[in-house]
Design a protein around this ligand. Structure first.
Ligand code: SF4
Length: 236
């Protein structure tokens, strides 16, 4: 089983204005634009760009209390890419706390500040509204300095988190598996047997059991393939 994941629907966080304000997009929209150059919402020469972390993650009100694991480092990667494309633009990341656990990820964070001049503001965005120039005004509280912050942006990128595939429940039902409280498939054990389901002969890989990075997904796919080989060879 490898049913993957879906992205949190950013429009559900109405306060950020996705689908309402032209200059509010998601991480997936920006990645699509990096790859295709196709998105009329992205201005030709943005002077200020913001990233909001934890959109639909770590958020009980949004129905998802879990961390999505990948969006802090993705925000940093995308912030640096924006600086490469628009060196004169000011780029801001609004975060609650940074969760960077991969190899060399801390170096990315340091480079983003030191070499690219990305501004990191610790604090939740409280309000987004359209400004007279057609961009957006963002209000937040900088919890490190204790001061309110207000910035005018030409583009705001929402880091929409990883949520379960909504088909998990019905797919699980067909092979008599269970889903957990977040709608992901349940493993036999989350630490020792993440790629094994509670049912003999049914194996799991990747984001069907929870948010995963690409290296984790590849490692799980290999592990599941080996487990299936052992199972079919009668070795277990
Ligand atoms: S990885 Fe970062 S942005 Fe994503 S949910 Fe976790 S803390 Fe928030």
């Amino acid at each position: 089983m490898s049913t993957g994941f879906t992205l949190f629907p950013a429009a559900k966080k109405e306060e950020y204005g996705y689908g309402v304000y032209d200059r509010v997009i998601t991480n997936a929209d920006l990645e699509h634009w990096f790859n295709t150059g196709d998105d009329a919402r992205i201005p030709a020469e943005p002077k200020a760009v913001g990233f909001v972390h934890c959109v639909g993650s770590r958020d009980l009100k949004a129905g998802n209390s879990q961390c999505s694991k990948v969006c802090c480092i993705t925000a940093i990667k995308q912030a640096m890419e924006m600086k490469e494309k628009f060196p004169d633009a000011e780029v801001y990341c609004f975060y609650m706390d940074l969760r960077l656990f991969g190899k060399k990820y801390e170096d990315f964070y340091i480079n983003a500040q030191r070499d690219y001049g990305v501004h990191f503001i610790r604090g939740r965005v409280s309000e987004v509204s359209e400004n007279i120039a057609g961009g957006v005004q963002v209000k937040a509280e900088d919890t490190l300095s204790g001061r309110p912050v207000r910035v005018q942006l030409d583009l705001l990128v929402l880091m929409a988190g990883i949520v379960n595939n909504p088909d998990n429940e019905s797919i699980a039902g067909q092979v008599r598996l269970e889903t957990d409280s977040d709608g992901f498939l349940k493993s036999r054990d989350n630490i020792l047997s993440i790629t094994e389901s509670p049912r003999k002969g049914v194996f799991l890989a990747g984001a069907c059991t929870g948010p995963k990075t690409v290296p984790e997904t590849v490692a799980e796919a290999r592990s599941a393939a080996l487990a299936i080989h052992s199972y079919l060879s009668g070795l277990e």
